[in-house]
Design a protein around this ligand. Structure first.
Ligand SMILES: [Zn+2]
Ligand SMILES: [Zn+2]
Length: 245
């Protein structure tokens, strides 16, 4: 019997006494069976945007009273994807959780974050009628270094929750681009041009696709992925990210 199977067979009081686990954010003892990595209390502190957003790119619109508005950027130039939404700003508890996911690659934490996406967006129709969920890929070299792709961890859990297939190895990063962090918006765009490719093209043609990533900063990654998927024949590209920076 493996250690984890052995631990799973123990009753909760024994487990808590022998193998206590603590919330990675606030340090409290995790008591509930579904509490993995972080406590329920810390999850409720995620600041989820409830205000109006641009109906295409999901930009948070402050002071806008029209619920069906289009932001200035989208009015000027519609992105190649149909719709994108984020849970909230890359700040506070949400930021802490994403950092934790990025450095630990923890499946239970990915599940808890995907659950937030599912809960918040399931009734909004974005998750309806999707044929395939695609994680934004890392370059294979980078994924080997890190040991996982955090976007794929979340995408896999979202696929479980929506009962929609997860497409692995379909959207691929073919060029290892320098980190985007230090670049300006225009440079980010250029940095990513032609960096993604599509394998097994027949699997996405005429399909409705959902891209999943952790953070949406200038949107250049989602745009570049959507562009290549559309060129290959995808019918619709939607995107969900955990946070917007
Ligand atoms: Zn906590
Ligand atoms: Zn917009």
């Amino acid at each position: 019997m493996t250690i984890s199977k052995f631990i799973n067979r123990l009753t909760l009081p024994v487990k808590l006494a022998a193998f206590p686990s603590f919330c990675e954010l606030c340090g409290c003892l995790l008591l509930e069976p579904e509490e993995k990595v972080v406590c329920n209390q810390c999850l409720t502190k995620i600041d989820i945007n409830q205000g109006p957003v641009c109906r295409v790119c999901g930009r948070f619109l402050f002071g806008a009273n029209n619920l069906d508005s289009l932001c200035l950027e989208c009015q000027k130039n519609l992105p190649p994807y149909e719709v994108h939404r984020s849970l909230g700003f890359y700040a506070g508890y949400l930021k802490e959780l994403i950092i934790l996911l990025k450095y630990k690659g923890n499946e239970p934490l990915a599940f808890r974050l995907a659950e937030q996406l599912f809960r918040h967006f399931n009734h909004q129709g974005i998750l309806t009628g999707i044929d395939l969920i695609l994680p934004v890929p890392l370059h294979p070299k980078k994924e080997r270094q890190r040991g996982f792709n955090q976007a794929e961890l979340v995408a896999r859990q979202l696929a479980r929750l929506t009962r929609c297939p997860l497409g692995r190895g379909i959207l691929v990063k073919t060029r290892n681009t320098p980190a985007q962090v230090s670049l300006e918006a225009k440079e980010r765009e250029l940095n990513l041009r032609g960096a993604f490719g599509v394998r097994k093209k027949e699997l996405i043609q005429q399909r409705v696709l959902m891209l999943v990533d952790d953070v949406y900063t200038t949107g250049s990654t989602i745009r570049e992925c959507a562009l290549v998927l559309k060129k290959t024949g995808a019918r619709q590209v939607r995107a969900l990210t955990l946070a917007r920076a």
